[in-house]
Design a protein around this ligand. Structure first.
Ligand code: PRP
Ligand code: ZN
Length: 286
């Protein structure tokens, strides 16, 4: 029987755009219209369910969806059973406790007896218990950051990414409870046939991820410098070296980690490299 994977994706919010971009980068084509809750890919056996992110862990646990893309924060809060297949590296944020700017905060016990508003009551409750702090948790489902200003709570526990929401609401971050990013999760009892499809999808995801932090680099160098440059740019297997029309010169092609490029470039120039070109890579398949 031909299996089709069902992947749950956030309908709209901090994860949705990056989730769809990742799927597209994996070469999977589909149409998404705003009012449709499902969509089937044209060129990979996968169907998408567009859902609220809070509901995704439950749907994956119950096998309504085989896979889901969800934040670590939501998975931890919902406490549902799912296998973490891959950390996807986007939607990075943290779940933190924040209090008004003028709150005299000396440590976690400053929260004792206070009222903290959050959409993450389970994670916050566990954190407070572990730190032996007795505080009230006031669960609300959104706009948590305005709670102190309207007298609903003395502190909040919410997601922080750039920190601008806190600043614009006159709040300061005082404790970080967890760091979060997008995860690909799977139902724990997926069939072997579906597991094979998950592996194919994961292979594509990894090829895309590898390419993200890596650039293609081309340069010209004197032949005498080739050994030095190869040590600086070891490449996927090893660099390609081609002779230039000009005697004693070569063109060298390799890959370089984006975050290492600037520390290597001076050494390349010192070794005589010229005309250095750095270009994006779409996928790296190894
Ligand atoms: C979170 C959080 C803040 C904002 C923080 O909301 O509730 O409002 O992001 O981001 P910043 O530090 O970059 O300002 P989210 O976008 O997840 O929407 P939601 O509250 O509706 O889930
Ligand atoms: Zn949300």
């Amino acid at each position: 029987m031909n299996e089709t994977l069902r992947l749950a994706i956030q309908k709209s919010g901090r994860l949705s755009e990056d989730s769809l971009t990742l799927i597209k980068e994996c070469g999977i084509d589909f149409n998404k219209s705003d009012n449709k809750l499902t969509s089937k890919a044209f060129n990979f056996p996968i169907e998408f369910l567009f859902l609220r992110d809070d509901d995704i862990p439950g749907y994956v646990e119950d096998a309504v969806a085989d896979l889901g893309i969800v934040g670590e924060n939501v998975l931890a809060e919902k406490g549902k059973e799912a296998e973490i297949v891959e950390k996807l590296g986007f939607s990075k944020c943290r779940l933190s406790i924040a209090v008004p700017k003028d709150f005299h905060y000396t440590g976690i016990q400053s929260l004792a007896g206070k009222n903290i508003a959050t959409s993450y009551p389970k994670i916050l409750g566990k954190f407070l218990t572990e730190n032996k702090v007795h505080a009230e948790i006031h669960e609300i489902s959104g706009s948590v950051e305005i709670a102190p200003n309207i007298g609903l709570a003395e502190g909040i526990c919410d997601l922080v990414s750039s920190g601008s929401t806190l600043i614009s609401n006159g709040l300061k971050e005082v404790e970080t409870i967890l760091h979060s990013q997008a995860l690909l999760i799977a139902n724990k009892h997926i069939s072997p046939a579906k597991r094979e499809l998950v592996d194919q999808l994961l292979f594509r995801i990894k090829s895309v991820q590898r390419a993200k932090n890596t650039k293609y680099i081309l340069l010209n160098a004197p032949s005498a410098s080739v050994d030095t440059i190869i040590r600086l740019l070891p490449g996927v297997k090893s660099p390609s070296v081609m002779p230039l029309a000009e005697e004693g010169w070569v063109s060298l092609h390799s890959v370089v980690k984006e975050n290492e490029f600037w520390s290597i470039v001076e050494k390349l120039k010192a070794a005589g490299a010229e005309g250095i070109l750095v270009m994006p890579i779409e996928k790296i398949v190894i």
